[in-house]
Design a protein around this ligand. Structure first.
Ligand code: GUN
Length: 295
């Protein structure tokens, strides 16, 4: 079967072009969208994410602040920083990069963020709004997956969407988005996970299979239906001595074998990855538009 590759750089490029216009408009009206990121500690992967977010802001002409705090930072100190950003009118949205050092309570930190500045969509108020289909900030990765489906013309209404994985940042919110009434949703949704009995018999029923389980090449060709659409949210670094770095990224899907059976698939890298920062930027622009409106 001829398989279409759904490209993250292509879809995100389309969204960035729209965001640039909205940013220009905001700036012409006197508002420069501002995004801040707090990083606690020196986790190398987090450092890369945070640097990429800052770069993207600059590329788009947004105001960006990166606050790097030592790993010994107390919860109290972090909460004080959050309070300051909640009150800072030049910052329309911000996030605290996760994971946090063990001595800091993540839930407490997330709940301290003003929901109107919570561009990660992690605050319980935004999670609740999403669940009942009210406006709010959507978590970036599930929203990015939905945009990839919509913008590559994949029909979702009435389709069986099977989601592999039940994390709070991908699986669960992904299910909430796809079961919602409306365009790009209206799906019949099943969530499968590590405790599911006979998982392959369920993934084989998927018209659209979204995989976010964090296990390299977990989904093999025998687990997908002929002609399905497969979205791979996984990013796993595996050893590869033939690679210059000694390692490379693979998804949660066995791409090389699955691609010959399905109608469309996202690669890793070059698939969902670029969508996450893109949707974060979209949330930051929306936060700035909301703030400009209420001035
Ligand atoms: N760590 C990994 N992904 C994310 C994310 O989307 N937001 C935050 N704040 N931390 C993360």
């Amino acid at each position: 079967m001829a398989c279409r590759i759904i490209s993250g750089p292509e879809v995100s490029g389309e969204i960035y072009a729209e965001l640039r216009e909205r940013i220009e408009k905001l700036k012409s009206e006197g508002t420069t969208p501002g995004l801040a990121v707090i990083l606690v500690g020196d986790d190398p992967a987090s450092q890369v994410y945070v640097r990429n977010k800052g770069r993207k802001c600059e590329e788009l002409g947004m105001h960006s602040e990166t606050i790097v705090l030592p790993k010994e930072t107390t919860e109290e100190e972090l909460l004080a920083r959050i309070d300051a950003l909640n009150k800072d009118p030049s910052i329309h949205g911000f996030l605290v990069q996760l994971p946090l050092p063990k001595h800091i309570d993540e839930d407490k930190v997330i709940e301290a963020i003003d929901p109107s500045k919570d561009v990660d969509g992690f605050h319980p108020v935004n999670v609740g709004r999403m669940l009942i289909g009210k406006p709010g900030f959507l978590p970036a990765t599930p929203a990015g997956v939905q945009q990839m489906l919509v913008r590559s013309g994949v029909e979702t209404a009435g389709k069986h969407v099977v989601i592999v994985g039940r994390s709070n940042i991908v699986g669960k919110p992904m299910a909430a988005l796809m079961v919602q009434r409306g365009f790009g949703a209206d799906s019949t949704v099943t969530v499968v996970h590590s405790k599911t009995r006979d998982l392959p018999s369920i993934t084989r029923q998927a018209d659209i299979l979204i995989v976010a389980i964090g296990k390299p090449r977990f989904v093999t060709a025998d687990m997908v239906k002929e002609g399905a659409v497969v979205i791979d949210v996984g990013t796993n670094r595996i050893d590869d001595p033939t690679h210059p770095k000694g390692s490379r990224l693979v998804g949660d899907v066995d791409f090389d074998n699955v691609k010959d059976k399905v109608s469309a698939i996202t690669p890793v890298p070059g698939g969902v990855g670029p969508m996450t920062i893109c949707m974060l930027m979209a949330n930051a622009v929306k936060a700035a538009e909301d703030a400009a409106k209420s001035r």
